[in-house]
Design a protein around this ligand. Structure first.
Ligand SMILES: [Zn+2]
Length: 433
């Protein structure tokens, strides 16, 4: 059987981990050979089997997946990564908003999914805004390091902010503005709601545009409807805006016209410098009714202690979860997730085996982290980053695998966010080979 995985990258990562001089190149070669497609296929078959039900967080499939990982890593001689446990508890909560919501602005009702999607991050059965004044806040960015604050001199308490997606650098392609074409965190929708919440706004609405969002309205529509997962929080996220959501470009254009403003002019202004303007006497009202469910899921963590620097860790990660089973679906109801991400999870076991095959442990600790609830918005990773089992100061690197290459050999590698990682050089060397 042919090897269909970027082995050069993995092999050089193994080499990089082996600072110990007593490990020879033939040991490394033997370790490298232990990563093979037959064994990968075996793990994938189990993880993506119907019995695992598509590996939804907090399901029977989760229990089976965690048990499988525990058995595999124990057999390879790995130790529990979190004290005496292989697990890190991730307390999840899901909110599902009733789909009969209506957003009323300027006397007109806008329809859920067709025109807009709204929700609330507050863990609460009912949240609403009523006759909340609209303010256009450009890109909704407060970035001292770029000397940019769209909220400067503005009090948005009780108001609803309306803003553009992405950032002024992307809009203008000016490399000196933010980071030019490469999106900063200020461009992401998550940031925009966070900042609106810090500013004390009641509501926050992002205007969808396909190019700067990098996905069409259908993605917003699908990902914002149905169950939305987050973390259980003591404050129930009451520090968030009451209502947050998106409107289509067409709705936005209509609203600006109603406010006596021109959308394209406002967009241009927003990219020139920090910007905000009241949207005439337009107000927004919407009520969000949530069904709330709480559950516990787990990140899996196992470690092979380093022979010389056990406190320094190289982390290999992959999300173990997938979309689960949809009982409302006709025919095959199981989203088996063989590719996304049984391949990456199997990859973890195989790379772990390679390290275990070496005659002695690598100099640094090799830690394997299988995270939960990626499909709900990278929640397992987010929880780990906020509650790291290995402190960030002791984490040398993190190599994540999500959906390994099934297409065969390729000539190119594309890097999202080049320049953001100190491992770019290692990758370049490996890619050259
Ligand atoms: Zn994935």
């Amino acid at each position: 059987m042919k090897r269909y995985f970027p082995m050069t990258v993995l092999a050089s990562a193994i080499l990089a981990g082996c600072a110990s001089t007593s490990i020879t190149s033939s040991d490394v070669e033997k370790a490298y050979q232990s990563i093979n497609s037959e064994q990968l296929a075996e793990h994938i078959k189990v993880l993506a089997s119907d019995e695992f039900g598509g590996r939804a967080p907090s399901s029977k499939g989760e229990e089976l997946t965690l048990a499988y990982l525990t058995d595999q890593f124990k057999a390879l001689g790995f130790e529990p990564g979190n004290g005496d446990s292989f697990l890190q508890e991730v307390p999840l909560v899901s909110l599902e908003a009733d789909s009969d919501m209506v957003l009323t602005i300027g006397g007109k009702d806008y329809q859920y999914k067709k025109d807009m999607v709204m929700g609330s991050s507050r863990i609460s059965a009912k949240q609403s805004i009523k006759d909340s004044e609209l303010v256009f806040v450009g890109y909704g960015v407060n970035a001292p390091e770029y000397n940019w604050n769209d909220y400067e001199g503005l009090d948005v308490k009780g108001k609803t902010v309306v803003m553009l997606v992405n950032d002024p650098g992307f809009a203008t392609k000016n490399p000196d503005l933010f980071t030019g074409d490469a999106m900063t965190y200020y461009g992401r929708w998550t940031y925009k709601y966070e900042e609106a919440s810090r500013q004390g706004a009641a509501g926050a609405i992002i205007i969808h545009e396909t190019a700067p969002a990098s996905y069409p309205w259908s993605v917003v529509e699908n990902s914002w409807s149905g169950e939305q997962f987050g973390f259980q929080k003591e404050n129930n996220n009451m520090d968030r805006v009451a209502v947050e959501g998106w409107v289509t470009t067409d709705v936005a254009k209509e609203l600006f016209t109603k406010a006596g403003l021109d959308f394209d002019t406002m967009k241009a202004n927003a990219a020139k410098g920090a910007y905000h303007v009241d949207m005439g006497d337009l107000t927004a009202s919407v009520e969000v009714n949530n069904t709330i469910k709480k559950s516990i899921s787990y990140n899996f963590i196992a470690t092979l202690p380093g022979s010389e620097k056990p406190d320094e860790h190289i982390i290999y990660s992959a999300h173990w979860d997938h979309l689960g089973t949809d009982k409302t679906r006709k025919g095959d109801q199981i989203y088996n997730g063989a590719h996304d991400n049984a391949t990456g999870t199997a990859g973890l076991i195989e790379v772990a085996e390679a390290f275990a095959t070496l005659p002695e442990h690598p100099s640094r600790s090799m830690t394997f982290l299988a995270v939960t609830a990626e499909e709900q918005g990278l929640l397992g990773s987010k929880y780990y980053a906020a509650n790291p089992v290995i402190p960030a100061s002791q984490t040398v690197a993190n190599i994540n695998m999500d959906s390994l290459n099934l297409l065969g050999k390729v000539k190119d590698i594309s890097v999202v966010g080049i320049g953001k990682s100190e491992m770019d050089n290692l990758l370049e060397t490996a890619a050259k080979a």
